[in-house]
Design a binder for this molecule. Sequence first.
Ligand SMILES: C[S@@+](CC[C@H](N)C(=O)[O-])C[C@H]1O[C@@H](n2cnc3c(N)ncnc32)[C@H](O)[C@@H]1O
Length: 413
Amino acid sequence: LVRDGAALPQALAQVFAQSAAPAPTRGAIQDIAYRTMRGVGRAETLLNSLASRPPEPTLLHCLLCCALCLLADADDAAYETFTVVDQAVTATASDPQMAHAKGMVNAVLRRFLRERAALIASAIKTPLGLWNYPVWWIDRMKAAYPQDWQAILTNGNLPPPLTLRVNRRKTTVAAYLQTLSTHGLGARQIGADAVRLDSPLPVAQIPGFDDGLVSVQDAAAQLAAPLLDLHDGMRVLDACAAPGGKTGHILETAEVELTALDNNAKRLQRITQNLQRLQLQATLQVGDACEGAKGGGWWDGVPFDRILADVPCTASGILRRHPDIRWLRRKTDTAQLATLSAQILDNLWQMLRPDGKLLLVTCSLWPEESEAQAIAFAARNHAIRLPAPGQLLPTVSTEQDHDGLFYALFQKP
Ligand SMILES: C[S@@+](CC[C@H](N)C(=O)[O-])C[C@H]1O[C@@H](n2cnc3c(N)ncnc32)[C@H](O)[C@@H]1O
């Protein structure tokens, strides 16, 4: 499904909807799928040298790639070698379209195990086999970040942390860390409201989650609400709001009159769920952020004091959470999304009151969507640029752990 263009979470949801697999099996399927997204470049490279005639990109090819990803990951062997080979052969035999290839799958995987070191040494001589990214992506990252590209690519292959935002309306970071400790959960503060758990766990098991004490949100994404400089009584627009991560943080920060806009009605429903859990309220609006300033649309004509423009982007900065993105994106997506975002920004600017502030956010690392966009926008609209973090690179250290986001703050003269 991902090869056909589906995002991995949707592909998994589709598979699970048609399957009676119990929760532990689903967990394993999901784990293998995510590992495969991080390792499929190397797996394909290995397969090309292992099979005299590599199978067409069919289910069989996918199955071999999954198995090779797990077997190549020897430093982090999550599954027993024997189990991987055995299950791959059993799965091949159980599918009428693949059954004929049972012997081939067994032979390929066993040969890989015999010649593992040499095969991997050869695979990592190629950029695809070394980095597990499309070659155009690697080249573009090198050009944009001549110093940091290797660290960025390495970071994108790590599993994501579980970072929480503590709801300051209900508790404090210190009190919540204490709660975690009484549940035997290790954690550390990595931002004003941000707490990273030592080990991820399902949301249902996070203390206080159902009661709205915390939300799951990356530490860099938690910078949006403070940057908006919110005060009680302000009229605020969250212009590309779904699923509402930043919407919730805005409402936790100040008593504002918030409109949460998104052009995707289904995604907008997720804001409702999030706000119900947090016991907070906003006006939810289905509408196009490219339209409305000239009247006739979703906007009532009363200017906003603050606008958050978390525009649609390639999401190239959040690869830890979405490792499938590198395989789904096309080279041309960056320019297309930058054009759409420019339209959104120019439209929203007309809805901002003089002296008001607009915050541009992207979760992209491509300058066309971020710094170049900010420079061009400021020039077109005579916007005053205020201090903001700019491009944050994905970072993992003891003190910091966050995705790659971009922030630019503008004030209307
Ligand atoms: C980066 S996501 C927003 C994430 C969200 N702010 C959060 O913190 O949870 C971008 C959102 O923009 C929405 N979007 C895309 N094009 C839009 C448009 N023309 N008008 C309004 N929303 C749009 C998408 O549906 C998507 O939900």
